[in-house]
Design a binder for this molecule. Structure first.
Ligand code: TXA
Ligand code: MG
Length: 319
């Protein structure tokens, strides 16, 4: 099989209705979608991604009125946040209804619901009478795709169709939140900044730092979002030992380093939104070069910088 890339919503709809997979654009990253209510279709996602079955999938909807079809007791605090930021880069972890198959949530009692902000995918979702389960459309553990071509490069042999919605505008996966007791809990830092949540939620916000000790959410495993090359954080006092021999690359925030040929700068104007948008592209670019090691500079720890640094640290972490 070789995936076709195109803009044909009817074709995408037909393939999904027949229980097969379609690559879909979202504002965060591209997803690998299947009928979330059909366990057989969902199992094809795990197969194509080489993803462990204990890693649950996000269920994508087209409007907030649908939350109650798939979840119970949707917390009112989360609903207020949803009204403000949906469609957008935010996912809600809430109690699931039994219509959601166990495979979709890996047997967990909660389901992750999200309304992606992309016109093509919203139109597709509205045309279907089921929601779409979709993880990021990359092989398990690798960098997430932000264009149809990225999806094609990595999963093109395994899926029939990729809907081309251009480059993902946010470039970082959605922020995942839920309520525990009275607290708002952030399970994954992502494309919606914590500051934005604070602007509408006045209570306690807690960040749950997941790690390998919590296999329930491997997206939070310490080594994830990872290029194949060796990676190291760049400590500004470091002198590169390999300096000059062209075997290293550098992923920097706003300024190039002198004397290194292979560099990717995230945002010359120090704009964290632009840096998020370019992050995965940069990691892919450097990963393809004939170099041995990639040095990485962290970005300012605020706004989307918090999620960017989270991804950078995970991509460096050795399992
Ligand atoms: O921006 C996004 O969220 C993208 C686009 C395609 O929507 N999707 C995405 O999916 O990043 P994925 O599968 O790569 O990451 C979803 C994360 C995983 O770490 C998964 O473990 C966690 O969400 N997750 C999903 N459902 C869950 C559940 N029921 N309980 C706990 N964690 C859950
Ligand atoms: Mg992922």
């Amino acid at each position: 099989m070789k995936a076709e890339i195109g803009l044909d919503l009817i074709k995408a709809k037909n393939i999904l209705e027949s229980g097969d997979l379609v690559g879909i654009p979202t504002e965060t990253v591209y997803g690998l979608a299947a009928n979330a209510l059909d366990p057989l279709a969902v199992s094809k996602i795990f197969e194509a991604k080489n993803r462990p079955k204990f890693d649950p999938l996000i269920v994508h909807l087209s409007e907030i009125e649908q939350f109650d079809l798939y979840s119970k007791n949707f917390p009112k605090e989360l609903f207020i946040i949803a009204e403000k930021f949906c469609p957008g880069p935010i996912t809600f972890l809430v109690e699931k209804k039994s219509i959601i198959p166990d495979l979709t949530t890996s047997g967990l009692e909660k389901v992750a619901l999200r309304i992606p902000n992309h016109p093509l995918t919203l139109e597709l979702l509205k045309s279907l009478d089921f929601p779409l389960a979709a993880p990021s459309a990359n092989p398990f553990g690798y960098v997430s795709p932000t264009s149809a071509q990225h999806v094609f490069d990595q999963l093109g042999e395994k899926i029939p169709y990729i809907l081309d919605g251009g480059s993902s505008k946010v470039g970082l996966e959605s922020t995942i939140i839920g309520m525990e007791n009275e607290e708002l809990v952030i399970y994954r830092k992502g494309g919606l900044a914590i500051e934005d949540l604070q602007s509408v939620f006045s209570g306690e916000i807690r960040i749950k730092d997941h790690s390998s000790s919590n296999p329930q959410a491997p997206g939070m495993l310490s080594k994830h979002y990872s290029p194949n090359k060796r990676m190291e954080l760049w400590d500004k006092t470091d002198q590169f030992r390999e300096f000059g021999n062209k075997k290293i690359g550098f992923l920097g925030f706003s300024k190039k380093l002198e004397g290194i040929e292979n560099q990717f700068i995230l945002s010359e104007k120090e704009d964290l939104n632009e840096a998020a948008f370019r992050l995965f592209e940069g990691l892919r670019y450097l990963d393809k070069l004939p170099i041995e090691k990639i040095y990485i500079e962290l970005v300012p720890e605020k706004g989307l910088g918090i999620a960017i640094n989270d991804r950078l640290r995970r991509s460096v972490a050795k399992s």
